[in-house]
Design a protein. Sequence first.
Lengths: 536, 512
Amino acid sequence: MKADPETPNRRSVLKGGMAAATAFALPGCETPTAGNSGGADMALGHRLRDGAFPEPVREECVPILIAGGGVAGLTAGWRLREAGYDDFRLIEMERQPGGNARGGRNAVSAYPLGAHYLPIPNQEARGLRHMLRQLGMIVGDSDGKPVYDPLQLCADLQERVLWQGKWQEGLVPKTGLSPKDKVDLAAFDRAMVDFSRRRDAKGRPAFAIPIAYSAQDADLLALDRISFAQWLDKQGWTSPVLRAHVRYACRDDYGTEPAEVSAWAGIHYFAGRRGFAADGAGDNELTWPEGNGRLTRLLAERLGDRVVTGQVAYRARADADGASVDVFDAARGTSIRYRADAVILATPHFIASRLLGEKADADHSYAPWLIANVTVDRAPAGKGSALAWDNVSASSASLGYVVATHQSASREGPTVLTWYMALSDMPPAHARRLLVERSDADWRRLVRDDLLGMNPDLDGAIRSIDLWKWGHAMIRPTPGFLWQVAPAQRAAIRPPFFRAHSDLTGLSLFEEAHYQGMAAAEAALSLIGHAHETLL
Amino acid sequence: MADTPSVPTERRRTALVGLLLASVFAVATCGLIYELLAGTIASYLLGDSVTQFSTIIGTYLFAMGVGSWCSRYVKRDELRLFIRVEILVALLGGWSAAGLFLLFPLVEQFRPILYGLVFIIGFLVGLEIPLLMRILRDRFDFNETVSNVLTFDYVGALAASLLFPLLLVPHLGLIRTGLMFGLLNVGVALLLLLLVPARASLMRERILALAVMASLIAGFLLADRIQRWSEIAAYGERVIYATSSPYQRLVLTRHDEDIRLYLNGNLQFSSRDEYRYHEALVHPAVGRVARPEHVLILGGGDGLAAREVFRHPQVRSVTLVDLDPAMTSLFSQTGLLRSLNGDALTDRRMHVVNADAFRWVRETKARFDVIIVDFPDPVDFSVGKLYTESFYRMLRPHLAPGGMAVIQSTSPLVAPAAFWTVARTLEASGFQTRPYHVYVPSFGEWGFILAGLVDPGTTTRLLPHNRFLSDATARQALVFPPDMARRPVPVNRLDNQALVRSFAEEWARYEG
């Protein structure tokens, strides 16, 4: 792992292992729960790292090549087609495009393997709205605002939190709060509302989604230089309830602890969303049984046979005619050299750097996640509020679960619960090692115990637990990344290579990947001289 | 027991004798109460009260005989055994009513449990009287002992038989009555333990008695919750049929000629006045359609709305979509219920579909002249979706030109915001509406909404021989007095479920 700046040494592994052991105390022997286990194609990924691929045996010409079939790559392809440009190819290493937004399916339901919802986009997200209209998610307009398909909006009840033994609507506990909790929560809320309303001299929001549309006032950018925890300390907001909620938010969106997230990113979570929609749907989100796998599937379908799976790019070089990209075809076991006028590298930063033969810098770190799809014979219940789409426990190490069948007509009978945990309480490299080294049976036990802790009513109803391990699930917006590292990285992009990934901004959000995908596609179109009107 | 009798000990002995005699009274009262409880519960749950009471009393008395006979094998330490038996009776008898109610829905074979329990309680009570006589024989002569014990026994029985129907059942309910007499039993045991000269060897009995007492007090305090868990206790009518389907719990009760259906504890109809509800549901809509040939009924698996539909001679087909096959098969197979719905579900024009209406409406292509929407009240989110704008928008294309839909829309008196939310939501989905309401005694004031692609208007052609709906009552139904008048309400959407929320709030306020 020469190129990986996070290669752990022996001692830190031991320490990490101990931290893990204390974080998740494992119970004794019990009957193992059935299930399978998966994740990003690690064999192919590591082979890419080690550079062991055969030399190309043939050449193909394609004017624009997109390497990477996650949200950014698929969006780039969609953007090219929107401009009436069809002469491109998208190669994807895995068997299925979609990246972190992929979904799975079993006999009971489809379910997400990663990203599982898209909040109603802000007014500034023009290009994204354009796409949602085409995909049938925006069905009309009312009073100048888009009307979203009610069947794709998250149905009521959206969220509930388990607090002091009882479920409550929403994510912030409302009862049993100390005076300090109430004061801090109210003050925090007011501050976030102010940030959300704030605009700069040009009318740009202080915190926009995508963040490219954000104001860049000095006092705002200064927030990116300290951690969210430091910023909260400075305000004197130490209420444990507030801090627990903030921690949930940071782990949920960034897979990272508040002490490691920049204050700008932390505030962005709370002050960035101003969903633009008719019928009061602005606070809602779009979601599907398979999560954002719905969006990536619809995008991939529109690209048709331009998408080629099982092909991994391992080398990219600029030359006199443009670019050449060497690609290994896993099915055939041979390699191809693509000759292209423009190449969009829609891969994480560490892969793009490796392809270009550059040294990956140490500024990028990635949060590992564990996702478990738990098939249960009956829907979870619980004291207090009814079952919601997103169910979170205030006292659990996990981030709770979403219910895959929440959007379907019938909520009775068996279902799949998608359980999430960001392994954020240890250094990412240690957590990645833990993901691999701990046995699946132990992980399943951990998932089951956590779930039964939230819902004892599920005792005896768990049929299987399918694990999905993401070693590099999300870029971590640590202090300085968003407004120093990321802009420098974007400035270093040189044609004929363009980059498209949420790593380029530092927030692992659909909206960011989408924006970067569009931007890269438009830059590529400009390079080859194809006229288009910008959607940015 | 070599202690010299001092004055306090002597006083204590007298008190012990008094207490022992009082405990005969208590034992007799409690025993009879448990017997009456078992008989009443068996009549509620299994029907046929004569058989239930006869067999319960028979079993109980026989068990007492067995207990008395077995007392001969007790050779020593009668007082300790008496106390133990008393504690055990307190536990079993005290919890008997709650236990039987809770167990009824859970077990396949209820009778063995019922008679087993009655036998055990009878056995223990039967053991008690001879034991008491033997404990008291040293204090009185034989004649006096027999006379005392039997007198208190029979007076206790009289007290129980008068208290039970006059005071206990009406005021405490069955579950609390049982628990209260359990407390009386264990109270006797505890007093005896206090008065018996201190002996460390009775420590275990003391702990046991206190534990049983604590459980009974807890049960007494939580009786309302237990009552709710055991829905059946709540009906207060004879349950003639009860089953659980994957979707709901169906319970049929019968009180004289009144047959009632409860789904998840909510009354669906009472055979005494359901004609009012179903005439009002069906005829205003059908009578507004020129040729009502094809009719869709959503919900209404009891076939009672279908019965009214089939009274219209022009009707050629009825499609009934009900989620629960247990419901439609019950109402198409049971003689009693078939006579209620006039064999509507087995009519050759009837087409029963067991499916989720939301999904079925989305997938079907058929169009109907009349659509009757008779879903359960929007008590939770999974029923609430059937009252949303999305659902009504999907429904609209299935209404033929000139057709008419009608929607049962809860009570405009109890839940006016909920009622008008349905109207507002229908209008937001592109329907023109005419709300109306009627009085159904078992439900109260109840509301419906006519929904058409054009204004449903104020007139309808009614069949002759309606029992409730006449031209005059149909006209009157369209008038809303101020306490039910229209008010500003939101549109009910999948992502706000405004209806489920207002319905829950309004009914909670109404029920206090």
